[in-house]
Design a protein. Structure first.
Length: 278
């Protein structure tokens, strides 16, 4: 995310929308007032609820607090794959306790990331990621909550772990960025695919082809804010209020009305996460 670019303007309202994956802390929120301000802006754009995601222990604790501060906020907790080497016994105890909170609606983001090892100092190695992913899969099964997967350049690795461990009842691929073959595999398995601003990127032809294969009942939309701001604001700070830009870009890709995608994806989010109607 570039700090030199101005935030995108408020888009034309599109409702109902649920941001299935965002990072309110990384968007700059530190307290209840900050969270309220972000959700108020989102509400102006038609976004009625968000799921804020943790990628380390501090973020997990904060996400659960944020969900208690504002009824429009829900949380997911886990250690990000690149931080899987921090999954100590103490960390497991904390995450398991937080996962039982009633406003925690998913275990995530967990999974496999083959992009960062060797590029990012201190990044968990594949073996560490695999062990942590397996533990989070088991936690999702034990809590009965959806498993939210981060998959970067790791289609084969993610599928291998899911097959070895056995997937929980509900599996969500956050920021789905793979191609047609992976989309077909996930759809056939009944898994849910969440699309972000990447679907609007000009270099994402394989993803756009895959997007057309996702049934409405298996489709979520997300910002992954403050990252992945949709075209034409790529590189600017992202926030939940920007979600209509992604949905309208997706509508162009799949040839369906943005209003229909908004309604269907919100219904899917409510069902998958067990949310009250937004």
């Amino acid at each position: 995310m570039s700090s030199k670019r101005e935030p995108p303007p408020l888009p034309e309202r599109l409702a109902p929308l649920i941001d299935a994956h965002t990072h309110l802390d990384a968007c700059g929120a530190t307290d209840a007032d900050d969270v309220r301000a972000i959700l108020d802006r989102a509400g102006q754009a038609g976004v009625g609820a968000v799921v804020t995601i943790a990628d380390d222990l501090a973020a997990a604790r904060w996400a659960v607090e944020a969900a208690d501060w504002d009824p429009r906020v829900y949380a997911a907790v886990a250690l990000h794959p690149t931080r899987a080497n921090a999954l100590t016994e103490e960390a497991r105890t904390v995450i398991e306790r937080l996962a039982g909170h009633p406003r925690v609606v998913a275990v995530g983001e967990t999974g496999m990331d083959m992009y960062w090892p060797g590029r990012l100092e201190g990044c968990a190695e594949p073996g560490e990621q695999r062990e942590a992913f397996a533990w989070h899969i088991d936690l999702a099964k034990r809590t009965g909550k959806p498993l939210m997967i981060h998959n970067r350049d790791a289609d084969a690795e993610v599928l291998d772990v899911l097959r070895a461990e056995g997937p929980p009842e509900t599996v969500i691929f956050h920021c789905f960025s793979s191609g047609v073959e992976m989309a077909r595999t996930c759809v056939a398995a009944g898994w849910v695919l969440s699309l972000s601003g990447t679907v609007s990127f000009r270099n994402a032809r394989a993803l756009r082809e895959a997007a057309a294969l996702i049934p409405p009942e298996q489709l979520l939309v997300e910002t992954d804010a403050p990252f992945l701001t949709p075209h034409p604001y790529r590189g600017a700070p992202n926030e939940p209020y920007c979600l209509p830009y992604t949905v309208r870009a997706l509508a162009d890709v799949v040839g369906r009305p943005a209003e229909t995608i908004a309604e269907e994806s919100s219904a899917t989010a409510e069902r998958v996460y067990g949310l009250q109607s937004c």
